[in-house]
Write a protein that binds this ligand. Structure first.
Ligand SMILES: [Zn+2]
Length: 418
């Protein structure tokens, strides 16, 4: 039955409501209950734009009631009592309001809820609407590329624009999400640049090696990256369960010697090719767990990191979630059945050869900031020689995708579409 509170609020409309029972029609919006469980909304007169009917499960609508009893508006959070939620709750009465473009529902638990047509449209269960949401707002759909196409896909942004113009910030993060790589030029020769960029997005992801890290040749370096020898293609920190997502590498001093070039490969593209051309190798690399490790000490703290994960990781929808590859940081412990070892080596060697053959080489200049997706791209560096006058000096930091996607969504809601 109606509670007094709702009677008061709804008093003038009760007559209409009683007449409505399971179907109601007001000027430009109507709704009906179907199979006792669904509510079908018909926005406008048939034939006009946006008039497609929209179907919603009743239980979902009840779960998403936005009244102050069920929803805490300032924190945008559900406060419904789910310990006592009736999953078989049914819509009993509908009432539509053409002026406010709202639908009011009375439920079998006596509660009354209101939904605006706009809110409903934004949450339509239609396939196309859900695809658009998932492929743009949730996470932009990735575009995979060959090394030969690098110059076309790697967009360039200006440091000042990214720091001061929200549209440039959005465009940089969008490019990073779609292509996995983007360049920022015109940054000052200042050690604070990577932090400023990271804090423009959110905050730096700290690792064993600190927040900002310096990549320069150090005799007797404890980390492979701190040698001036060629650095083979790899992803950083595969030995973390929650691997840092995006590298920000600010070139402050570039070597004048030959070498010191960056190598980049879209490993999602290599995985695509492997799946198409050598499916048995693809299967092995996605099924066989590999022990990745890093052992050492930093700032007096000893560490022994291990994470077991295949080279190619996918989610339930078949989307790549992560690529792991690092020659120095693959453990000698290989905890798989004996008969899997030989075939895995063949498959992994093929993956590495295909990646190396596709690597694009380019040399950043002082003031350039190279940003790329460490979950997806392999990166490396050709060897170089430092001199007393010219010592290559790169400052790096990591950002996490959670933080980047969040910032990107906030910007997309705030700004007009690109
Ligand atoms: Zn409610």
């Amino acid at each position: 039955m109606w509670t007094p509170r709702f009677c008061l609020k709804w008093g003038p409309q009760l007559k209409q409501l009683r007449a409505a029972v399971a179907s109601t029609q007001l000027r430009a919006i109507s709704a009906r209950i179907v199979n006792d469980s669904f509510i079908v909304v018909q926005p406008e007169s048939e034939g006009s734009a946006g008039s497609e009917s929209l179907t919603y499960p009743g239980v979902w609508l009840r779960d998403n009631c936005s009244c102050s009893e069920c929803f805490h508006a300032s924190s945008q959070s559900r406060r419904l009592d789910w310990d006592n939620f009736d999953a078989s709750v049914r819509p009993q009465h509908l009432h539509t309001d053409a002026d406010t473009q709202e639908i009011h529902v009375r439920w079998s638990d006596s509660h009354v809820s209101s939904y605006s047509l706009q809110w409903l449209r934004e949450r339509s269960f239609k396939d196309q609407r859900q695809r658009n949401y998932l492929d743009d707002f949730y996470r932009p759909r990735t575009h995979h590329w060959r090394g030969a196409d690098f110059e076309h896909v790697a967009q360039r942004f200006d440091y000042g624009d990214v720091m001061h113009d929200d549209r440039a910030l959005r465009d940089w993060l969008q490019a990073l999400a779609v292509y996995g790589v983007a360049l920022i030029g015109g940054a000052p020769i200042d050690k604070g640049v990577v932090r400023q960029l990271a804090e423009r997005v959110g905050f730096i992801r700290r690792t064993t090696y600190g927040e900002e890290f310096i990549v320069q040749a150090k005799p007797g370096a404890k980390n492979f990256a701190y040698l001036s020898d060629p650095l083979p293609l790899h992803t950083d920190l595969p030995y973390y369960e929650y691997k840092p997502s995006v590298n920000i590498l600010h070139c402050m001093v570039q070597t004048e010697s030959r070498g010191g070039s960056n190598l980049l490969v879209d490993a999602f593209h290599i995985a695509d090719r492997l799946r198409a051309e050598h499916p048995e190798d693809f299967e092995r690399l996605k099924e066989t767990p590999v022990d990745w490790n890093d052992i050492g000490s930093e700032d007096g703290r000893e560490f022994h990191n291990i994470w077991r994960s295949p080279v190619i990781c996918l989610d339930g929808d078949g989307r790549y979630t992560r690529i792991n590859h690092s020659v120095p940081q693959r453990d000698s412990h290989f905890n798989v059945p004996l008969d899997q070892v030989l075939p895995w080596y063949e498959s992994y060697a093929r993956f590495v050869r295909m990646a190396r053959a596709d690597a694009h080489s380019f040399k950043t200049q002082p003031g350039d900031v190279l940003t790329f997706n460490n979950i997806r791209l392999l990166h490396g560096r050709t060897g170089y020689d430092d001199t007393e006058e010219n010592s290559r000096y790169i400052v790096g930091a990591y950002l996490d995708w959670d933080i980047i996607y969040s910032r990107l969504r906030v910007l997309k809601k705030k700004l007009p579409p690109a």
